[in-house]
Design a protein around this ligand. Sequence first.
Ligand SMILES: Cc1cc2nc3c(=O)[nH]c(=O)nc-3n(C[C@H](O)[C@H](O)[C@H](O)COP(=O)(O)OP(=O)(O)OC[C@H]3O[C@@H](n4cnc5c(N)ncnc54)[C@H](O)[C@@H]3O)c2cc1C
Length: 364
Amino acid sequence: MQHVDLLIIGGGPSGLSAAKMAAESGVKSLVIERNSKIGGQLVKQTHMFFGSEKQYAKTRGINIAEILIQDCMEHKDMISFMTETTVVGLYPDYVVTVMDRNHQYSKIKAKTILIATGASEKVLAFENNDLPGIYGAGAVQTLMNVHGVLPGQDVVMVGSGNIGLIVSYQLMQAGVNVKRVIEASSVIGGYKVHASKLKRLGVDIQTQTTIKRANGKEAVSSIIVQRLDDDWTFVPGTEEEISVDAVCVSVGLSPLSNLLSMMGCEMKYVSALGGHVPVIDQSHETSVDNIFVAGDVCGVEEASSAIVEGYYVGLIIGNKLGKPHPHYEHLIQDFSQQLDNLRSGPFGEKTRTGLKELRGDQHA
Ligand SMILES: Cc1cc2nc3c(=O)[nH]c(=O)nc-3n(C[C@H](O)[C@H](O)[C@H](O)COP(=O)(O)OP(=O)(O)OC[C@H]3O[C@@H](n4cnc5c(N)ncnc54)[C@H](O)[C@@H]3O)c2cc1C
């Protein structure tokens, strides 16, 4: 059985930045990634990011992934990668079971484990939601931006958060007719700048409206949408049929935290963080000694915070393994300050509320 000091599950922005900071501290790590490409969600994000320069604002997601990978390559004697390999089991003796690209199973034992598995798309319950042609927005982004395949020609997007708006715009850029964006809430969820771009292209964003049913035999051919009142109840007589060959559902992400439950980590349901998240202290260590978390798995946010959390936790792990980074105190303070800044203002309110609920008032 292979033995490692630090095992990082997930090669997204949080896992990569943790590997870099652990390496700078003198800790060797193994990063396990189930996909063939390293970079997590970033590998499909062709749009330029918001935020501050420290977190690569105005850089395309795919290019941020390249920068983070390059940073790791500068420590290639300290960081190794296993791609197309999925962690399928995590046990109390710090042994993980992995399944590789040939469907072969093996075990790895680690002193410390960082779970950086990100999040998965939420599904929406409506009649016939399993018809072919009904996709999650993230899946559509992967189809288009990674594999160059269009999901269909006439699409309705369900959900007006940033992901719904960005993917709608990318569909339009790819020549797909986005017939409408519908949103159950009374307000558009994503940034105004994304919504305005769509409106300029003539896409109607209809609030207080949801999908009631999908129709079709072999695949979706039309959907029924209906208006909602202020209590989120269907308004009688407002049903409308829209013909489509694809539907994109973008109703949020939930932390991919099943490995943490398997390990027996204390979990809590925090709606503002996306669902079941591990109970953690300020150092991002879970209730199980030497099991750490970073990124969307401990609360759905953005790549910017996932990167900074990765750096922060990588430093803490180095320190815990007896190898403090030469600039530990300064960097911990800097990353902590960056996280506070990212979570300040109106857009950070949801995360602040979630963290307050998760940690209790003494840490809020
Ligand atoms: C359409 C879209 C647009 C976005 N736009 C922005 C933006 O403009 N700005 C911004 O800051 N953020 C943006 N985000 C959010 C950002 O992409 C995520 O917050 C960020 O990628 C989270 O990083 P992470 O490392 O926690 O998880 P991820 O990037 O999801 O990486 C987790 C990795 O873990 C791997 N993994 C999971 N389970 C296992 C397992 N059992 N074994 C092995 N590997 C596993 C996954 O394959 C994945 O590669 C956007 C997201 C989407 C979907």
